[in-house]
Design a protein around this ligand. Structure first.
Ligand code: GLU
Length: 412
């Protein structure tokens, strides 16, 4: 049986706590979310019926700063998954050293079945139900799976209707509505910095390296574009509908145009079809799961042909899958570092909102690079110190930082 998402995250955490020989009395405090909110969301659908949905916000830890983390809209959203994702945010913000804690939220809904008006009403209702536990200095949501800048704009507006002008309550907003330049591409850009650094540590370069990318949403598509521009070969790409491959590398700018006009990567001229499952076992140097969690299980992990797995998605490996990849000597760049570019630039957006300033895109990208590279230096040092995987090192680095803040603040 596959271990649940939350139990998986807690096992990774426990391994790092054991490696650090942390006083076991910290365990409950570091593992358990501080607050879990579940709300009923009833809205009027366009046809007059009442639509009922469930929303969650889990606030995991705020020792290092306000709770921070995205909102996902997906039919599979449940409390176990949101807990796991909230916990991952605590460790992620600590790994890249941005002054936040961790949280996550979501609504159990298939957003493709809702009209834009229904989606807006649902988002505003969600804000109404959780507005008293969030805020620019308390808990700051952001985009995640199936949530966009437009949705963050509605979120900001609804919160501001109740509390006055407060752009810092949510990040990932449209650039023309207090968003930050560079935020949309940030997760993909951070992923690129992560793999560039990991390859360089092995004496390798991005140029000519072959990537297979599962997922062509915000993260996968920006990553593909940026990697392609650096001379990397994108040999396979998939989205929810299917995939395409080309051994010599896909023409990514043309593929992006194709997706814009047809809504999917499938049918891209000059490429061969490939299923979503085949992508994970594709012949490549770096596998990039950039869609949903738990796609690399024990069986898939045995089939992975890549030497590196870049966790662009949150929790793409099951516990069993992660262990197989480690045993097989695949270097896994863990989600809590690899995809931390998004929350890093969310921090810059929040800073700009609090200061009522706009930074240039060049400044945003330069500072993003600095946070990602610095984290890599610290991760390598921790891997050496504990003689452990990069994932355990990432959790260990984060645990030390969260524990230090917890101790300094005191338990009251
Ligand atoms: N949803 C993104 C993540 O999982 C971004 C979170 C944020 O910017 O707060 O890291």
């Amino acid at each position: 049986m596959t271990t649940s998402a939350y139990a998986t995250t807690n096992t990774f955490l426990k391994r790092a706590m054991d490696a650090l020989a942390i006083d076991p009395s910290y365990e409950v405090l570091l593992v358990t979310p501080r607050r879990e909110v579940r709300v009923e969301l009833s809205i009027r659908m366009d046809d007059g019926r009442i639509g009922n949905f469930i929303g969650y916000r889990v606030q995991h830890d705020n020792a290092r700063g306000p709770y921070k983390g995205g909102l996902r809209y997906h039919p599979d959203v449940d409390l176990d998954e949101v807990r796991s994702l909230a916990s991952l945010m605590t460790w992620k913000t600590a790994v890249v050293d941005v002054p936040f804690g961790g949280a996550k939220g979501g609504i159990q809904v298939d957003p493709t079945k809702l009209t834009e008006n229904e989606l807006e009403r649902l988002t505003r209702r969600f804000v109404d139900q959780i507005h008293d536990v969030i805020g620019p200095l308390a808990d700051i949501p952001a985009p995640d799976v199936n949530t966009s800048a437009k949705i963050m704009g509605w979120f900001f507006d609804q919160y501001s209707n109740r509390h006055g002008f407060a752009p810092g309550v949510v990040t990932g907003k449209p650039v023309s509505l207090h968003g930050s330049l560079g935020r949309e591409a940030a997760t993909g850009r951070g992923c690129l910095v992560a793999i560039r650094e990991a390859l360089a540590a092995d004496g390798k370069k991005l140029a000519g390296t072959r990537f297979a990318i599962q997922g062509f949403g915000n993260v996968g598509s920006f990553f593909a574009r940026l990697a392609h521009a650096e001379g990397a070969r994108i040999v396979a790409v998939s989205d929810v509908k299917g995939g395409v491959c080309a051994a010599d590398g896909l023409d990514v700018p043309k593929l992006v145009e194709h997706v814009k006009t047809t809504g999917s990567v499938i049918g891209f001229e000059g490429a061969l079809p490939m299923t979503n499952a085949e992508i994970l076992a594709a012949d490549c140097d770096v596998l990039v799961p950039a869609a949903l969690g738990h796609v690399i299980d024990e069986k898939v992990a045995h089939e992975v042909r890549a030497k590196y797995v870049l966790e662009a998605a949150n929790g793409p490996c099951t516990l069993e899958g992660a262990d197989v990849l480690d045993e097989r000597g695949v270097l896994v760049l863990p989600d809590i570092w690899a995809n931390a570019g998004g929350v890093t630039v969310s921090y810059f957006e929040w800073t700009q909102n609090l200061q009522q300033m706009r930074w240039s895109e060049a400044r945003v990208n330069e500072l993003l690079e600095e946070h990602m590279v610095q984290a890599h230096v610290h991760l390598r040092a921790m891997m050496k110190r504990l003689n452990c995987t990069m994932r355990t090192a990432a959790f260990a680095l984060a645990i030390e930082r969260v524990r230090a803040a917890t101790d300094l603040r005191g338990l009251g």
